[in-house]
Write a protein that binds this ligand. Structure first.
Ligand SMILES: N[C@@H](CCC(=O)N[C@@H](CS)C(=O)NCC(=O)O)C(=O)O
Length: 215
């Protein structure tokens, strides 16, 4: 088995990579990283000086692959199976755009709200959090319109964009609930949660769920 995923089971971007790995039952060794442990953090920094996970290591090709979208594109290229994550041609561009959308306009504002819960009272950023909430409301409106007829982010096929959407929407709904105005977004998250790959990711994270910062 040449692949190792450096990850943490509660990390939303690691969820994104795990969904892709589980979709195709791609064999890999999970390596849990505790960033609170100096030795483990130093080992991750050695692989990827940015110090964020997931990081995929492929010993067969001597490759270190950071960034969840790139991890998934790497899997699609070198370990293709029944779920293809990035279609060819212009559909591929649209898929990447939707992946960027979920990362930048759902995941990032969600991280801002969660991150603000972790800082001391005198370091809170009320304005930044309000902007993040406004961004999420705008994004929910866009997704709600896309999901009137779509089963998945790109239509009938499950792709990279759904790998991005699953953790982003799961955590976004926790910190900024979809509400009655975004029923199509709720229904989409329901479909994602019923998808075996994502259901497995959520189940495996349950023992760590208490670490998620509540309001
Ligand atoms: N753009 C990166 C984002 C990765 C990311 O933000 N990972 C978070 C966990 S969800 C992390 O490593 N946080 C630890 C830190 O920033 O110290 C990706 O797509 O992989």
């Amino acid at each position: 088995m040449s692949l190792t995923l450096h990850f943490h089971p509660l990390s939303s971007y690691c969820w994104k990579a795990l969904v892709a790995l589980y979709e195709n039952d791609t064999p890999f060794t999970p390596h849990m990283v505790n960033l609170g442990d100096e030795t483990e953090r130093a080992a991750l920094l050695k692989l990827w000086p940015i110090g964020k996970f997931p990081v995929l290591q492929d010993d067969a090709r001597g490759a270190i692959v950071p960034e969840s979208s790139i991890v998934i594109e790497y899997l699609d290229r070198h370990f293709p199976d029944h779920t293809r994550f990035i279609p060819d041609g212009d559909l591929g561009l649209q898929t990447r755009l939707r992946d960027r959308f979920y990362d930048l306009y759902v995941h990032t504002p969600t991280q801002k709200i969660v991150g603000d819960r972790l800082v001391p009272a005198d370091k809170k950023d009320a304005h930044g959090v309000a902007m993040a909430r406004a961004q999420l409301t705008t994004s929910y409106g866009m997704i709600d319109r896309q999901m009137v007829t779509n089963a998945w982010a790109m239509g009938a096929a499950f792709t990279l964009a759904d790998c991005a959407a699953a953790p982003a929407l799961y955590y976004a709904n926790k910190v900024h609930p979809f509400g009655d105005a975004h029923r199509n977004v709720s229904a989409y998250l329901g479909r994602l949660l019923a998808r075996p790959s994502f259901a497995r990711v959520v189940k495996e994270a349950e023992p760590y769920a208490h670490m998620f910062p509540q309001e």
